[in-house]
Design a protein around this ligand. Sequence first.
Ligand code: KG4
Length: 359
Amino acid sequence: MNKNNKNTQSAALTPPLEGQGEVVILAIESSCDDTSAAVLCDGILLSNVTASQAVHEAYGGVVPELASRAHEQNIVPVVDQALKRAGVEREQLSAIAFTRGPGLMGSLLVGVSFAKGMARSLGIPLIDVNHLQGHVLAHFIKEAEDDHDQPSFPFLCLLVSGGNSQIIKVNSYKDMEILGQTIDDAAGEAIDKCSKVMGLGYPGGPVIDRLARQGNADAFKFAKPNIKGYDYSFSGLKTSFLYSLRDWLKDDPDFIEHHKEDLAASLEKTIVDILMKKLRQAVKDTGIRQVAVAGGVSANNGLRNAFHDHARRYGWKIFIPKFSYTTDNAAMIGITGYFKYLDKDFCSIDAPAFARMEK
Ligand code: KG4
C-alpha cells in the first residue's frame, strides 16, 4: 500500500476499530455519466480514478442508454487503475462501498452489480451509499492526515448539482435534515438548459462560468422567484431567459454572439443571488455559521466568490471543496463508506439500486 506517498499518509481520520487493523475500502460511483473508483485506507484517500463520457456532448445532455453502456466499458479498467495507483491488492480490501442511488437506473445498475459481484467473490461486506450524502461528506475527504480543516457538526450545506438544489442541516454524518430544496429545476439544470438555448453545448456550467468571467453581470435582468421558506425554483428564470432572448433575437439575429459574455455573467449572477439569499436566511434562522457548498455547481467561480464574500461580510466559516471533488467522484462515496464501516452499517447482497430518493 502506498502509504508513504505525499498524499497518502498513514494516520487515520478516525481511529480504526480496536483490533481491526487497516480498513481498506474500494468505492464505486456510477450514478450518472462518470465511472469512478477510489481506494481509501483508514479514511485517507489513496487513489481516485474517474472516466468521463464525452459521448453525450453531441446530444446536448446525458443519454441514459449510452451512459450505462459506457459504464460497462469503463468499470473494469477504472477499478483496476484505482487499485494499482493505491498499491492495493484485491485481497487487502476490507469492504466495497457503492452508490446505490439516486441516479439513472441503468447507470447505477452497472456499479451496483459490479460491487456486489466483487464483494461476493472476495467474501467481504458491502456498504451502500446515498449519492447526495456522499456529495455533502466530500468535505471530509482527506488526502493526508494534515489536510485542510473540515466542518464540525452541525453545519449547513448548499448542495447544488444538475439534479438537486438543497439547503441541508448536517447534524452528523448520518443525520441530515433538508431545510429546503428546489420545487422544479435544479440550479445546474437551469444553467445547462440556458446554455443549450445559447448554443453553447453540454454541459453548460463550465462554459457559462468561463464566459461570465469576461462579462458584465448587471447587463441584463432575469426573473427571480418568490417562493416561501428555504425552497428554490429555477423554472421561471429559465423561461424568462428564453423569452428575453427570443425578443432580443428579433432585433438582432446575432444577439447571442454579440452579448454572450454579458448574458452568461447576468445569468450566473441571478442564479447565485437566488441561491445565496435563501442560504443567508437559513444561517440567520439557525444561527449556524459554518457553511459548506457541494455538488457540480460548486465548481462555479461566481458561487465560490459569493461564499468568500459572505465569509468576509457576515463572518461565516466556509467550506469549499477542491474542484476534483465537486462533480461526481468515488472518493466521496469512499469516505461515506468508511464512516459506515466504522458503524458496521453494511447492506445485504440483494439491496436494490434506487433512482429516486423515496426507496
Ligand atoms: O454533481 P454533478 O457532477 O452531477 C449531478 O448532477 O449529479 O453536477 C453537474 C452539474 C451540471 O449541471 C453542470 O453544468 C454543473 O454541475 N457545473 C457547473 C460548473 N461545473 C459543472 N455549473 C456552473 N459552473 C461550473 N463551473
